[in-house]
Design a protein. Structure first.
Length: 283
């Protein structure tokens, strides 16, 4: 895991946007995994600015979002469909057919989840997955206790998540109690993971993710096992890291090294695929 600490939210957002933009430069038909919530808003704003200033072409990218509330139609102002079009898709000029989001009102939610996994597979897998972290350590809507090998499914939201998200609704009673979400196993298959955190309120789960044990009680800790996770936070979120000075030292020493893995453009170099081939050969 590559741990980077930026001075504030604006610099964190700019650094994250530059990483996503670099993926698209290297691979114009990249598959982007996207998150919602207040944390990635700054990244999306910076990414739109970069696209305009540097004339980046997003016309070939495909996107997949992490999750969606059950029961909210795409046109609902608090749906993640609405969020993405407001904060990113329209600004990048994406066409609807380039975007993929789970439907919270599908007639068969279980089938919707299975088909979403198949769509990701047909697209060739996700090149970079943008993530935020919840106050209880969740990623996507994978709450504490979620299987670290889980796939896209219908999940029950933790009371803390419901409370945290109440600020987006008129009252807490209006917050949906269930959602459709990629599983940790799905997320972990992305070629690169980019996770962001801002504010002192995320300091405990952030330190748990980076320095704690790998445990379903802090779902984000599963990223310790990912071959190329980039973790960027502001100084407040990093305030409880015990090895902060070392992470800053590593960031300085690696300043001239590639920020992305070679398997973004050459998937056959992904160590997980090499391990799978070795198993097949020995079987």
């Amino acid at each position: 895991m590559f741990v980077k600490v930026e001075k504030d939210y604006e610099e964190m957002s700019q650094r994250g946007a530059e990483i996503v933009a670099e993926v698209v430069r290297q691979k114009p038909n990249a598959v982007l995994g996207l998150a919602t919530g207040s944390t990635p808003e700054g990244l999306y704003k910076c990414l739109i600015d970069l696209a305009r200033k540097q004339n980046l072409d997003f016309s070939q990218v495909t996107t997949f979002n992490l999750d969606e509330y059950e029961g909210l139609p795409a046109g609902h102002p608090q749906s993640y469909h609405a969020f993405m079009w407001e904060h990113l898709f329209e600004g990048l000029g994406l066409r609807e057919e380039q975007t993929n989001l789970l439907s919270g009102i599908a007639g068969d939610l279980a089938s919707e989840c299975v088909e979403y996994e198949e769509k990701i597979r047909r697209a060739g897998g996700i090149d970079i997955q943008v993530l935020g972290i919840g106050g209880d350590g969740h990623i996507a809507f994978c709450e504490p206790g979620s299987s670290l090998a889980g796939r896209t499914s219908v999940v029950a939201l933790h009371p803390q998540t419901i409370s945290d998200n109440a600020r987006f609704f008129e009252t807490e009673r209006e917050v949906p109690r269930r959602a459709l979400s990629m599983g940790i196993g799905t997320i972990s298959e992305a070629r690169t993971c980019l996770i962001l955190a801002k504010g002192e309120g995320k300091a405990d789960p952030w330190s748990g993710m980076i320095e704690g044990p790998v445990t379903s009680q802090c779902p984000a800790s599963a990223l310790q096992l990912h071959p190329w996770t980039i973790a960027i936070s502001d100084t407040d979120a990093a305030s409880k890291l015990k090895n902060l000075e070392y992470y800053q030292h590593v960031a300085r020493e690696r300043a001239d090294q590639p920020v992305l893995p070679p398997w973004i453009v050459r998937p056959e170099l992904d160590p997980r695929r090499q391990a799978e081939r070795a198993i097949d050969t020995n079987a």
